[in-house]
Design a protein around this ligand. Structure first.
Ligand code: ADP
Length: 443
């Protein structure tokens, strides 16, 4: 990147220098030409007046020769009558010279002829005199390109100097620009270095945010892996323990049945846990997008409540459902899972003779939405745990969760499903009184 910036800056400065010089040459050439022509015009007018006053050509010519001006007199047929440099007879007819022809036609004429080498120009100005002849003055002058040719070594020297200077400036600027980025790559907290380059601050903020997200995700993944290993270890250890007791023949016949039951329930626990982990990783990956469809939420909630009726009775809890016919756009399997997890929790974290009320209703203000509420009269959640219960493997009372078959992943799955449906959740809970979780789906 540094090299690229350096190269670009040098290229831009060389281009700027060359273009400026070209422009100066063009403008200067124009100015120079008009100046020489205007001088020659003044001179020609003076000569015209002197001729009228009868001053002989020879005396006019000799005074002009010293200032490098050539004077020529041409008659109406184009024959050269007088020339300061060559004798008139040896010069060919001048009628074909544009400045002479123009002077005969309009009274005055001018021309510039460029020499073959491009380094010298000859400027001509011709005026018609009272006696019908044409007086022409000419001056050789170096062209701007010729002048530039002479100073090329000097220009090259300046060019080199400027390139060197722009290299130094480019180096300085790129170092100033790149250094904070390099520092940031070494240490993400070296933020103050950008105080001077405020244009970079939005970019740096974005990088920092992404970096923080990556770090947070990496930490979460690490914690999740450690938690998963820990959660898997407990049922596996008990399976292995029971099996060992049976294997070594240390278990009596009736204990074998008890141990076999222990093995089965630990294996079931493992299966539930693995299922939840798989569900979470499926919800995590954005690659497999589940199809959404118009869902009859009333029907799904009624089915779920009916399905959990037996389970509720087992816990001596009453579960009821009421609501209006509402439909949402969602994924059927996910919504079934969401309903199951919320109702199952409301039953499991309830008290004997407690109640669970599932309600479904629509609301139009402040915005149109469908609200699913699962309210229980259970143990409730202390304020300090309320934010954390949606984290993976977070349980308020670990033993109660485990004894009722909880994995600590139910609400984490619910949170994911809610996010996928652009819905939001509201939790209201008081320890000892009960909990209400509302899921608000966009209308
Ligand atoms: P678990 O499998 O342990 O139930 P969840 O993710 O479903 O895991 O819930 C996380 C924790 O939140 C539970 O362990 C429990 O402590 C608390 N919790 C969830 N729902 C309720 C509820 N309705 N009443 C009281 N506590 C609840």
């Amino acid at each position: 990147m540094k090299k690229k910036i350096n190269r670009m800056l040098v290229l831009v400065s060389v281009l700027a220098i060359v273009m400026t010089m070209g422009m100066i040459a063009l403008v200067y050439d124009g100015l120079f030409r008009s100046q020489v022509i205007s001088d020659l015009e003044d001179c020609a007018r003076l000569l015209q007046e002197s001729r009228c006053a009868g001053v002989p050509m020879e005396s006019l010519g000799s005074s002009l020769r010293q200032s490098g001006i050539r004077l020529t007199e041409v008659d109406a047929q184009g024959e050269v009558l007088y020339d300061t440099e060559v004798s008139g007879e040896s010069l060919e007819n001048h009628m074909d010279r544009p400045e002479v022809r123009e002077a005969f036609d309009t009274g005055e004429g001018e021309a510039v002829r460029i020499s073959e080498t491009l380094s010298r120009n000859t400027f001509y100005y011709a005026v018609k005199t009272a006696d019908g002849n044409v007086l022409r003055v000419a001056k050789n002058a170096e062209s701007v390109y010729g002048i530039f040719g002479n100073v090329i070594p000097c220009i090259l020297g300046i060019l080199l100097l400027l390139i060197l200077l722009s290299l130094i400036i480019a180096g300085f600027l790129t170092r100033k620009l790149v250094r904070p980025i390099e520092k940031l790559a070494e240490n993400m907290d070296s933020y103050e270095d950008f105080a001077e380059q405020e244009e970079l601050i939005p970019f740096i903020n974005m990088i920092r945010e992404q970096h923080e997200n990556i770090m947070r995700n990496a930490k979460m993944r690490q914690e999740f892996t450690a938690n998963v290993s820990h959660e898997l270890k407990t049922p596996l250890t008990s399976i292995s323990g029971y099996a060992e007791l049976i294997e070594t023949g240390m278990a009596s016949e009736e204990n074998v049945v008890r141990f076999a039951h222990g093995i089965r329930s630990s294996a079931e626990r493992l299966l539930v846990l693995i299922n939840d982990i798989i569900r979470l990783s499926e919800l995590d990956s954005s690659e497999v997008e589940k199809p959404f469809e118009e869902l009859n939420l009333y029907e799904l909630a009624a089915t779920c409540v009916e399905m959990l009726q037996m389970n509720a009775e087992k816990h001596r809890v009453r579960i009821s459902f009421e609501g209006c016919a509402c439909s949402i756009n969602g994924n059927k399997q996910m919504i079934e899972e969401l309903l199951y997890n919320l109702c199952d929790n409301a039953i499991r974290y309830n008290n004997e003779d407690g109640a669970v009320e599932v309600k479904l209703y629509e609301q139009a203000i402040p915005e149109k939405c469908v609200i699913l509420s699962v309210k229980d009269t259970g143990i409730g959640i202390l304020q300090e745990h309320q934010e954390r219960i949606f984290e993976r493997f977070y349980r308020v009372d670990k033993s109660r969760s485990k004894s009722t078959g909880g994995t600590g992943l139910g609400l984490a799955i619910v949170k994911h499903i809610v996010a996928k449906h652009n819905a939001r959740m509201e939790l209201q809970s008081e320890a000892g009184k009960g909990t209400e979780i509302k899921v608000i789906f966009p209308g």
